[in-house]
Write a protein of this length. Structure first.
Length: 406
């Protein structure tokens, strides 16, 4: 780490110390345990693998900073798999608390946050989540911080994209998950065309014949009336989209003759590429993902993950890098390992920090302000399915820039 970077971090800490009224650390080495979480199994396993790699990079950089700045502190990072199960997440947060953990950082989704919020608030444990995007979970003055924007921006961007592609009639396929429901509802508000039908299904569904039948009943007649170039299926699912595609192909379904969009839980998915890549490419599977601005720090983290996994980290993973740094800098600024002190310092740190995802300014609820939205599509590249960026939605201008012809 360069001297200029260390100086910048020290300046942030110095100002934060003045703002929080803390006196700093003693000369004696202090051990600080931090909980780190991500899903390595379950529906978000591929996202968890990328998050783990990013967090590993953050730990390397943090430990280097502490060593080179000669700080009297040692961070110990305890890693746990959430298994994409909220009850497991809560159990493991409680286990962290038994070890004296006052900061938990990682790829926690909205179900996780809903489950752990009561416990972390009651026990003054700061939780930094990079996968929870449901707006209603943003609460002022609580112990939960989310350096990732709300779902509403994704719904707006998706409606804009579908309209610009010329689709006038769509079918909605929505997993009954708070994030997907939120995006679907915002899309429905913003879309200027007609929604032919909406099919909601329960998470954990394995057999989709009933859902496929309803979709076919809407898409088939619409194709005859309007043509395939006017019809699209807007799917807001998890990686179970792979099962839906596979089952649709097995029945030679008409729904695979029109283009599909996916949700932000699908973009960058290696499961989609591996299990149903050719189908996903045929229907495009255009999927949104909040986008970090280009920077040397982003490039450094992306290259680390690419070298380690052969994959490009998504925004949820990249946000883990910044989330861990925000937590660590807030601890250092507090001068003590105390949840209430960390909570007090973190908004100031976040509003003056530029990391792998850019400026991390938070709103009054401790949630990230808007980012732009990238749109990725599955394409066959030399016979191999890959996610390729095709467009970007500029949140400030409410406009889409295409990286290729529509």
């Amino acid at each position: 780490m360069s001297k200029s970077k260390i100086l910048c971090l020290v300046m942030i800490l110095a100002v934060a110390l003045m703002m929080t009224g803390t006196i700093g650390w003693s000369a004696q080495k202090t051990i600080v345990p931090i909980g780190v979480m991500y899903p390595l199994s379950g529906d978000f396993a591929s996202y968890g693998a990328r998050a783990r790699a990013v967090l590993e990079k953050a730990e390397i950089d943090i430990n280097k900073f502490v060593q080179e700045a000669d700080l009297p502190i040692v961070f110990e990072f305890y890693h746990e798999d959430t298994e994409t199960k909220a009850n497991i997440t809560l159990d493991k947060v409680k286990a962290f608390a038994a070890k004296g953990v006052k900061l938990v950082v990682g790829a926690l989704d909205s179900s996780d946050i809903r489950m752990i919020s009561g416990y972390v608030n009651a026990n003054k444990i700061v939780a930094i989540s990079t996968m929870s995007t449901v707006a209603e979970l943003g609460i002022p003055d609580d112990y939960i911080f989310r350096p990732i924007p709300h779902d509403d921006a994704t719904g707006v961007a998706l409606a804009k994209l579908v309209s610009e592609l010329g689709y006038t009639h769509v079918v909605l396929l929505v997993r009954k998950d708070p994030c997907d429901i939120s995006i679907a509802n915002k899309f429905a508000e913003e879309f200027s065309g007609e929604i032919l039908t909406r099919v909601d299904y329960a998470g954990g569904t394995k057999e989709f014949s009933n859902e496929l039948l309803v979709l076919e009943g809407a898409v088939g007649p619409a194709i005859k009336k309007y043509g395939t170039d006017k019809i699209a299926i807007v799917s807001l699912t998890w990686e179970d989209l792979a099962q839906i595609y596979s089952q649709a192909q097995a029945r030679n379904s008409v729904i695979l003759s029109v283009k599909w969009t996916g949700g932000d839980a699908v973009a960058h998915s290696t499961i989609i590429l591996k299990d149903v890549g050719s189908i996903a490419a045929k229907v495009s599977t255009i999927s949104p993902m909040s986008a970090a601005p280009d920077s040397s720090k982003k490039t450094e983290v992306v290259e680390y993950v690419n070298e380690k996994l052969g994959e490009t980290p998504d925004i949820y993973s990249l946000s883990c890098y910044d989330g861990l740094w925000l937590g660590v800098l807030s601890i250092l600024a507090s001068g003590k390992y105390d949840g209430e002190a960390i909570k007090k310092a973190l908004p100031f740190i976040a509003n003056n920090y530029y990391g792998a995802t850019g400026w991390t300014k938070l709103d009054e609820c401790g949630d990230r302000t808007a980012l732009d939205v990238d749109f990725l599509a599955v394409k066959m590249v030399n016979g191999v399915p890959k996610w390729e960026k095709i467009a970007q939605y500029n949140s400030a201008a409410a406009a889409i820039t295409w990286t290729e012809e529509k």
